[in-house]
Write a new protein. Structure first.
Length: 250
């Protein structure tokens, strides 16, 4: 783990250095940083390639050696800014409408159990979030979807995250979460034709990165809450002592 953190630290330093450089020198620094990140990820059964334009890791490169984002950007530039790229991302299912939910609640239908079940959809209690369902809690949920590559006959499998907030007993899409952006090493796109085992391992690695992110967010929050509780306990104790003293002085 230390070796891995070391590699990532070096990669970051190179990227910082690249910010102050330009041209070929800048590309060289960013390429070296990318190489260190690939090394940090380690040997994998799925492809870990580096885009020659943005130097991010990807499991798929087009015939010009660029990732999907850059291939799309180039396509857009060459077509005068308009290109029909289908977004086949699955929309997050909202479940019953808010009104339907309210009616169900008023009737007392399946209250506690549904709420708990909904919570468990995205939270490992006490690990990636609070033990009990909590209004307003936010989490990052991994999702995968397929869409055609910008060029060629490939179908690409994508990994992404969706920010969710627990509201009114259900998960709703949110713009951001308190944990901020997910730091990841696993590529986010692969050819759908990749061997199933390799694809499954990439997905499991990606999900672990998301879970690690959520665990870190909860660990920090749990620590904060414990400190708050300890401070409150101390205040209560101090108040007791004070009133005890004034009793004596009476
Ligand atoms: Zn790129």
């Amino acid at each position: 783990m230390a070796a891995r953190d070391d590699l990532l630290e070096k990669a970051e330093a190179l990227d910082d250095e690249a910010l102050g450089a330009s041209g070929a020198k800048q590309d060289e620094l960013r390429k070296r940083a990318a190489g260190l990140r690939v090394q940090a990820l380690g040997e994998k059964p799925y492809p870990v390639l580096v885009c020659s334009a943005c130097f991010s890791r990807t499991g798929w490169l087009d015939e010009n050696g660029v990732c999907e984002t850059d291939a799309m950007r180039r396509l857009q530039d060459s077509s005068g800014g308009w290109v029909d790229i289908r977004d086949d991302r699955p929309r997050y299912e909202d479940g019953p409408s808010p009104v339907g939910r309210r009616v169900a609640r008023a009737l007392g239908l399946g209250r506690g159990r549904d709420r708990a079940r909904e919570w468990l959809m995205w939270i490992a209690p006490g690990e990636t979030g609070p033990v009990d369902p909590e209004e307003g809690w936010e989490t990052e949920a991994p999702l995968s979807f397929e869409r055609p590559a910008p060029s060629g006959p490939h179908l690409l499998v994508h990994f992404d995250t969706r920010s969710l907030r627990f509201e009114d007993g259900a998960w709703r899409p949110a713009d951001t979460t308190r944990g901020g952006k997910l730091r990841r090493l696993v590529p986010r796109e692969f050819p759908a034709s990749l061997a199933t085992d390799a694809l499954a391992e990439a997905w499991s690695d990606f999900k672990e990165e998301v879970a690690a992110h959520n665990r870190a967010v909860w660990a920090a929050e749990a620590e904060r809450r414990e400190a708050d509780a300890a401070a409150e306990e101390e205040r209560r104790h101090a108040r007791e002592l004070e009133s005890g003293t004034s009793e004596l002085l009476r």
